[in-house]
Design a protein around this ligand. Structure first.
Ligand SMILES: NC(=O)c1ccc[n+]([C@@H]2O[C@H](COP(=O)([O-])OP(=O)(O)OC[C@H]3O[C@@H](n4cnc5c(N)ncnc54)[C@H](O)[C@@H]3O)[C@@H](O)[C@H]2O)c1
Ligand SMILES: [Zn+2]
Length: 350
């Protein structure tokens, strides 16, 4: 099964494969001039072992985590790859979560001014989000994802068998983004999430990708459409502020912060009379997928002023208004809200 989308006149192709089909494809296509980059946490996977055996000299293992998305890591890896030998026809194959994928994509887009990149996302978040849309990049010491390129992978192969070894908490984080798609766009996805059958995972991934595709038409949003890319930020305005805040020294993961952000942003949609449903039904779904729902530790009278400061900084607010994603009866839409109103709404929720 394949899904395709034209972005900036280029084809973005995603192919779903079973592990044996993926094996055949890779073993037949990878050549000795290619480079393979694997997440260290999948080194026990049988396919990875076979590829390592066959292409041992061309393989790199890196433990996926946010800190690999930095200039030092990038520079040391790219030099090692150049030393190994690359040519115009070299293809970079990357197997990993979003951090490894973002780094490898950036690397592929800059090595020899761009060689082909084939992505094999192995975390749920990477399958439904980071491998889709062609954003690559690393972090600057001044902020996340500030160094990067728009660069579509030549192919994305999705093989849900990789999820068997993914830790439960990482699975939950992937579901946070999936639940987001189900709110902003997709009723069929919502139904599947309620049904909660393991057999539906490929359908769930496919519907999620199709949702993301609706909101990306071109890289820099030259064509303003009502399906603006910004709608994909539902749950992320408050979620990011929670994620970046230092109120609580616990290690909240991105998807977990988004879970809390979605509850609050849906609550706001409801308070402003746009969302006709019950916020409680979202809370039930989040619980089912092992995501946190208790935001009061992070959002309370004491923390609201600094959360607002974070939001203002994050959104580079001009004239005191922020573009906020709300949910109405037909899904996500953008509404300008003043910082002052946002603050008073947050106090109401608390
Ligand atoms: N490019 C984009 O459009 C885009 C979109 C969303 C997020 N992102 C980026 O994605 C990153 C987050 O991605 P992530 O959540 O996948 O994080 P990650 O890459 O850190 O992976 C999470 C953890 O799962 C492990 N892992 C991955 N696959 C595994 C498997 N099959 N079995 C066992 N362990 C496995 C990794 O080693 C890591 O420990 C962030 O840096 C974020 O900025 C990018
Ligand atoms: Zn996210």
């Amino acid at each position: 099964m394949k899904i395709r989308k034209i972005i900036d006149k280029q084809i973005h192709e995603i192919e779903f494969l079973k592990i044996n089909q993926l094996e055949k494809k890779l073993i037949n296509n990878i050549s000795n001039r290619d480079v393979l980059i694997f997440d260290g946490n999948i080194s026990k996977n049988n396919l990875v072992k076979k590829l390592l055996k066959k292409f041992s000299k061309r393989c790199f293992f890196i433990k996926g985590q946010e800190k690999i998305k930095n200039l030092d890591y990038y520079s040391s890896l790219i030099e090692k790859i150049i030393k190994l030998g690359v040519e115009r026809k070299t293809i970079i194959y990357s197997f990993g979560g979003g951090t490894l994928g973002d780094l490898s994509g950036f690397l592929a887009s800059t090595i020899l001014r761009g060689v082909e990149h084939v992505m094999i996302p192995t975390s749920l978040l990477a399958m439904v989000d980071s491998s889709i849309g062609g954003k690559t990049g690393i972090n600057s010491k001044f902020g996340k994802n500030l160094i990067g390129t728009f660069y579509l992978p030549k192919k994305v192969f999705i093989c849900s068998d990789f999820l068997k070894s993914l830790p439960k908490r990482e699975i939950a984080c992937g579901y946070a983004e999936i639940i987001k798609y189900s709110l902003i766009d997709s009723k069929p996805l919502h139904k599947l999430l309620i049904k909660r059958s393991k057999d539906d995972i490929n359908k769930i991934i496919k519907l999620s990708i199709n949702s993301k595709f609706k909101y990306i038409t071109d890289f820099r949003e030259k064509m303003k459409s009502k399906n603006s890319r910004a709608i994909l930020n539902f749950g992320h305005t408050i979620g990011h502020a929670i994620e970046n805040s230092n109120f609580y020294k616990g290690n909240l993961k991105h998807g977990e912060a988004i879970s809390l952000g979605m509850i609050l942003e849906l609550e706001i949609s409801s308070l402003l009379n746009y969302y006709p449903g019950k916020v409680n039904s979202l809370i039930e779904i989040l619980k089912k997928y092992n995501l946190p729902i208790n935001y009061s530790k992070y959002v309370n009278k004491k923390t609201i002023p600094s959360l607002i400061k974070k939001i203002v900084f994050d959104k580079k607010v001009i004239n005191e208004d922020i573009k906020f994603v709300l949910i109405g009866k037909n899904g996500g839409f953008i509404k300008k809200i003043s910082i002052r109103d946002l603050k008073s709404i947050l106090y109401q929720i608390k």
